[in-house]
Design a protein around this ligand. Structure first.
Ligand code: AMP
Ligand code: ZN
Length: 471
């Protein structure tokens, strides 16, 4: 199995990935809260998680990936403000909460599809798992990790030796870090405690409620990810991923609940994607008009240009969105498609050179296996396209690398295929040059080569015949 190294938020180090079961990976992803369209910041997170997923598969692992859909129970997040988001969405659009959830879940996967983000093997809405949430909360109460106060069930963080395992937070930070502390929840025994089950909250107009041993109510946000992960991936998880804003409190609380429930270590590797920012700061939905995939399309961008935009920067660095950079990447992407189309059309020029193929494949995997250096992986692709080898080998490498990059280099190449007129002109000049060489008229042959070069077209004589490239 190829070695994959990446930064683990838990240990704060780049580490070699070793799964619990050889060759198999259990991977959990926090899914979207479906009250509105995803903005392209959210989608940066899912694109880079897709790279994690696809790299592991490319390296030969058998990956099972699970994602939740937060259609209820997103409360206690520090991002919450004002009204409940799902209820707000339903009011805004004069629909029911479930209609809103269905509409925006479909919209999310349609965006993912356009960005070539692989659909996880299991997608589970929180509303499907109420009995599982109730069971986990019952066990936490039995074990003494939870308590009832003010008709809600709370997790008791003082029962843990190490609560802040993921973040460098302290109790004092919570004064500003957690919104529900700012709102002063007097039921709590400790500042960091959080709600597992609500029957009474300031969000009284919650549309969806269920019966429970503690009265009619609804779950807290954090419990859903612990339960959905364990439901499909068992009590030991290899990798958990999400955006960096999820490190605290969401992922910290997931660890607290899960490990108190099982009595042992839950997840070994934590993968976090940094934010996409706008000039004014972090991209968010609360800022009124926000950037969506549809908006990019309406401005004439293929969504895959945005995928390439994300791949050109490292997932552990904040990324600033700008149309200027998008335009540069759009030009580079279109050129890449043209080059791929030409290589594809000339790929019957010999057998695949396995040595060359394996050399570039190893470099590609090395870039990805080194903390998912996607911009380096794209550089390896460019190097391969310029390599001193036949088009059959280059075309094989394009198809191979695109299993991870997923820029549709093979598929879109057809559409972007080099202008037929230009191709006819090049072929005519190549034939005229061959004729001149046959007649030992080397001056004319050289002049034709120079004429083509002037237009950015390079021709090369190979054993298989003349091949050409366009800058
Ligand atoms: P949400 O739908 O708000 O739960 O967010 C879905 C995912 O997007 C979470 O994993 C967030 O951490 C992530 N996220 C939110 N805002 C951004 C941003 N500006 N850039 C990158 N990821 C983000
Ligand atoms: Zn989650």
């Amino acid at each position: 199995m190829t070695q994959i190294k990446f930064y683990n938020t838990l240990t704060k180090k780049v580490e070699e990935f070793v799964p619990n079961v050889e060759g198999k990976v259990s991977l959990y992803t926090c899914g979207p809260t479906v009250y509105h369209f995803a903005h392209i910041g959210n989608l940066r997170c899912y694109i880079m998680e897709d790279i994690l997923d696809r790299t592991l598969r490319y390296a030969g692992y058998d990956v099972k990936r699970v994602m939740n859909i937060t259609d209820v129970g997103h409360l206690t997040s520090d991002a919450d403000s004002g009204d409940d988001k799902m209820v707000e969405g339903a009011k805004r659009e004069h629909k029911t909460v479930m209609e809103i959830a269905k509409f925006y879940t479909d919209a999310f996967f349609s965006d993912c599809n356009k960005l070539n983000i692989r659909r996880p093997d299991v997608v589970e809405p929180a509303t499907n798992c109420i009995p599982e949430f109730i069971h986990m909360i019952e066990v936490l109460l039995e074990k003494g990790y939870a308590y009832i106060a003010g008709e809600n069930v709370y997790f008791d963080t003082s029962k843990l030796d190490k609560y802040y395992t993921l973040s460098n937070q302290s109790d004092d930070d919570l004064m500003i870090a957690v919104r529900d502390d700012v709102d002063e929840d007097t039921n709590k025994k400790n500042k960091a405690d959080f709600v597992l089950w609500f029957t009474k909250s300031k969000f009284e107009d919650q549309a969806l409620k269920w019966d429970s041993p503690w009265g009619i109510g609804y779950p807290g946000w954090h419990i859903e990810c612990s339960c959905i992960s364990m439901k499909h991936l068992g009590e030991k998880l290899d990798i958990h991923c999400g955006g960096i804003d999820n490190i605290f409190p969401h992922h910290t609380n997931e660890i607290a609940q899960s490990e108190s429930y099982t009595g042992s270590k839950w997840c070994n590797y934590w993968f976090h994607v940094h934010h996409l920012n706008e000039k004014g700061g972090k991209m968010s939905k609360s800022k009124g008009e926000f950037l969506t995939v549809s908006l990019l399309e309406s401005k004439g961008y293929n969504p895959l240009v945005y995928r390439m935009f994300c791949l050109q920067s490292h997932y552990r660095k904040p990324l600033e969105f700008s149309y200027e950079v998008m335009d540069n990447i759009k030009a580079a992407y279109e050129k890449l498609l043209k080059t791929s189309a030409r290589i594809k059309s000339q790929s019957d020029d010999g057998k695949i050179d396995i040595t060359v193929f394996n050399t570039y494949k190893a470099k590609f995997l090395d870039a990805l296996g080194n903390d998912f250096n996607t911009s380096m992986a794209i550089t390896v692709l460019y190097d391969a396209l310029k390599a001193d080898t036949n088009n059959a080998t280059k075309y094989a490498l394009i198809k191979d690398f695109d299993q991870v990059l997923c820029l549709d280099l093979d598929k879109e190449a057809e559409a972007a295929s080099v202008d037929a007129e230009l191709e006819a002109y090049i072929n005519e000049r190549i034939n005229a040059r061959a004729e001149a060489k046959k007649n030992k008229d080397f001056a004319t042959a050289d002049a034709i080569r120079a004429e083509l070069l002037d237009k950015g077209i390079t021709i090369k004589d190979t054993r298989e015949g003349v091949v050409w490239t366009i800058d």
